[in-house]
Structures are given as structure tokens and as C-alpha cells.
Ligand binder design. Sequence first.
Ligand code: SF4
Ligand code: SF4
Length: 126
Amino acid sequence: MSSERVLYNCDRCPAYCCSYPRIIVNKTDVKRLAKHFGMEVEKAYKKLTKKGHEKGEVVLRHQKDEHFGTICQFIDPETRGCTVYHARPRICRDFPGTKRCGYYEFLKFERMLLEDPDYVSTTNSE
Ligand code: SF4
Ligand code: SF4
């Protein structure tokens, strides 16, 4: 396990990264989600995903969100936590992949400008 300290705090963020419209999933991700929900893989594709903008791209469906316009359907709107955490796609496990998170930097910047450390961004990233 890496001991590198990260410069973001997910506990102080309303899951900004989960508002990204292109949460791309592959077959392994969809199979894992299908197993999690006890449904057929085909049904999981239909119910949980949709076509992305790029050819062959499959992305997670969104739900409406008070902060970002829309957000991944698996976010709990109250706790802002991932409701499929143990079955979440690879891309979610890997993000941000560096010690800094760009979304968090932006959120910190907005909070600093507004002099409100509790400010939650209302930027619609769609
Ligand atoms: S946007 Fe960054 S800080 Fe916020 S939940 Fe995602 S990884 Fe964590
Ligand atoms: S699956 Fe979970 S971690 Fe991934 S985008 Fe959706 S809510 Fe966020």
C-alpha cells in the first residue's frame, strides 16, 4: 500500500467526480454490477448503462442532482456516498490516480473565493 499522502478529502466533497457524464464501464464492470443487483448482465446493460458519445462507449446512467444538475445514479443524494461501493467500476476505483484531484482543487478554489469553507459547488458539469 502506498504511504503517499493525498491532497484531497472526499469527506469534504459532494462527490464531484461522480457528476462526470462519462463514467465509462466495460463488460467486467457491468458483470460485477449485475451480480451485485442479482440481475442478468443484459438487463444490467439496459437498466444501468447507456451509450456514450464515442463509438462503442458505454457509460453509467445519471440521476438528477441538486448540486451538479445530474450525477451517477448510484450516488446517495443524502450521504453523497456510493451505494455500490464494493461493486463500483474500475474507473471509479482508480480515480484520481494522483495525489491531487482536479475537482477538489476547483471546489477548494470556489470555497476560498466565497470565503465559505462549507460551500458546496453548484456547477453543472453536464
Ligand atoms: S471529486 Fe475528488 S475529492 Fe471529490 S469525491 Fe471525487 S475523488 Fe474525492
Ligand atoms: S459507481 Fe459509485 S463511485 Fe462510480 S461514479 Fe457512480 S457513485 Fe461514483
